[in-house]
Design a binder for this molecule. Structure first.
Ligand code: PEP
Ligand code: MG
Length: 546
């Protein structure tokens, strides 16, 4: 038995035959004979065709509720329009007299090599996207598509690196797992493996081709690939896997309360109706945050499409409460179709409720969709990025206006639908007392609250160590919001990433928080932690609500 070590990228255990996917980027000839203008025109037309292909792949993925898959094609659409890619291609055609296909090949090789050498994990993972997008362009320019060898039975796919399209193509073939020499836990193969719930190990820095066809055991928990595993190792790995799964299932049905018997509500954060499956299987008591942006990335959905998505979430949750957050778009969450004026500091500009109140054509159809859906199950609605009482009052006025319209038209909705406020700006925490008077509940967004309190970009690559939700300033603001919610008698939930941080859990509960909303997969570990805690005496926790 040989043991190879890599990076654990997706949990799970699988055993089977290793199938190495060999795929080389086309290497076209330097010069095909056409004029530079003709080659340039061919290149531009191939870019338009590739963009159209990617757009329809994206739509098809969204129709199937596969957000991760859609994101892959979205990234590639951006890459083929990126000047870092286009400019060298055009220069090679015009200034060096290169054939369009050759120029694309060279530019893609150079850009992906450059990305692979960066220290940023996310950028390194994009090297595979550039190769994938270039393959599409080359296929259009040369009229040939290279088919990868397909598994003829359940296999563990190995590759030097898997491009997103290859991964998506393989996903539907019942494969057991992925093992790659390059890539990272942020590569698409890893992301898709997590979505599919199959194991993946990346960065196994060995030539895997030499093991093609051998029996292997893939351990996605520890980042290991065993070649010709011995029966004891295989048996022990699967036994641990069965124990883990049984433990998670057992946890899902156990009540969530502290050791001293205080019940805690664990909810799920989701982005698409498809995510409800994970929420239910991990035992969520409801949806604490539906990021409705998930419906808006690629196109602007009309009221009917939004209503159908909201209704699907409500139906699938079968009576469990669902909190929809009104569209929080702008800054780091910009939809490709939304043309916002460029701002020097977009995170401090037009986003969240600020944008909605100034763009009623976005707000009103969404409110109508959510309110109409509220006739089919327990629903709450919240406004993102609130920083003043006036904003919340205006938001509520819009809700009432829509309620009046629906009543006049005889369309059913829940007239007592709770309307809450996200607490994710320091201002909202500081005026939580006043805000509580115009809010039916609070939901603390620790991601943005941390960014704005500590004046550090939540996606900062230069100062990642400063993004610290446990900073006393952030905890103080959360404490203020909790205290005001207690005084005003409204429920409060924490829904930012910090809600899943096992190190902060006890502090949050001791503040009086009784409701946490996290990614579905984070629920079991959080529940396990909560069940070990004994809380300090607290006179008045926040009302349970959800
Ligand atoms: C937050 O800011 O913590 C939050 C939950 O919202 P988002 O991450 O979607 O901005
Ligand atoms: Mg936020």
């Amino acid at each position: 038995m040989i043991t190879l070590t890599g990076t654990a990228a997706s949990n799970g255990i699988a055993a089977g035959r290793l199938l190495f996917q060999e795929k080389r980027l086309h290497t076209p000839s330097p010069r095909a004979g056409a004029s530079a203008e003709e080659e340039l025109a061919r290149f531009r037309s191939a870019c338009l065709d590739a963009d159209r292909e990617l757009e329809s792949l994206c739509f098809a993925a969204l129709e199937r509720d596969c957000r991760d898959e859609a994101d892959i094609f979205k990234v590639q659409r951006i890459l083929i329009l990126d000047p870092d890619f286009i400019t060298p291609v055009e220069q090679a055609i015009l200034e060096e007299g290169r054939d369009a296909a050759y120029a694309v090949h060279q530019a893609a090789e150079r850009l992906s090599d450059m990305l692979r050498r960066t220290s940023n994990d996310y950028m390194r993972a994009r090297a595979a996207d550039i190769k994938d997008a270039a393959e599409r362009l080359l296929a259009l320019l040369t009229g040939s598509r290279q088919a990868a060898s397909l598994p003829d039975g359940p296999s563990i796919i190995a590759a030097r690196e898997l491009t997103p399209s290859e991964t998506v193509g393989l996903m539907h073939l019942g494969i057991l797992g992925f093992a790659t020499q390059l890539g990272s836990s942020l590569s698409h193969a890893a992301i898709l493996a997590r979505t599919l719930g199959i194991p993946a190990v990346t960065e196994i820095r060995t030539d895997l081709f030499q093991y093609n066809g051998r029996r292997v055991l893939l351990d996605g928990y520890q980042g290991l690939l065993y070649i010709d595993p011995d029966p004891q190792t295989e048996e022990a790995s699967f036994r641990r896997e069965r124990e883990r799964t049984a433990h998670i299932h057992a946890l899902a049905s156990l009540p969530c309360s502290t050791r001293d018997g205080t019940p805690i509500t664990l909810l799920a954060n989701i982005s698409t109706p498809g995510d409800t499956e994970g929420a239910l299987s991990f035992g969520a008591a409801g949806i604490g945050l539906m990021r409705t942006e998930g419906l808006f990335w690629e196109r602007r959905p009309n009221e009917e499409a939004q209503f159908a998505a909201c209704r699907a979430v409500i139906d699938r949750m079968a009576g469990k409460p669902v909190t929809f957050r009104a569209l929080d778009i702008g800054a780091d969450k910009c939809a490709s179709w939304l043309r916002l004026p460029s701002e020097r500091n977009p995170a401090l500009g037009m986003r969240g409720v600020r944008l909605l109140l100034r763009h009623r054509e976005l707000l009103i159809p969404q409110l109508r969709a959510i309110l109409r859906a509220s006739a089919f199950g327990p629903v709450r609605l919240m406004a993102p990025m609130v920083s003043s009482v006036k904003e919340m009052e205006e938001f509520r006025r819009a809700v009432h206006q829509v309620m009046n319209e629906l009543s006049r038209a005889g369309i059913p909705f829940d007239p007592s639908l709770p309307v809450g406020s996200m607490i994710e700006t320091p201002a909202s925490a500081l005026i939580a007392g006043e805000l509580a008077k115009v809010s039916d509940f609070f939901s603390v967004g620790t991601n943005d609250l941390t960014q704005y309190t500590l004046a550090v970009d939540r996606q900062s690559e230069t100062l990642p160590e400063l993004i610290d939700t446990s900073h006393p300033a952030v905890l103080k603001l959360i404490g203020m919001a909790v205290q005001r919610a207690q005084q005003e008698g409204i429920p409060l939930c924490i829904c930012g990433e910090a809600a899943a941080d096992l190190r902060l859990c006890e502090a949050f509960l001791n503040l009086g928080v009784r409701s946490l909303s996290v990614a579905p997969q984070a629920i079991p570990a959080l529940k396990e932690k909560i069940r070990t805690l004994t809380l300090q005496e607290k006179p008045s926790p926040v009302p349970q609500g959800i």
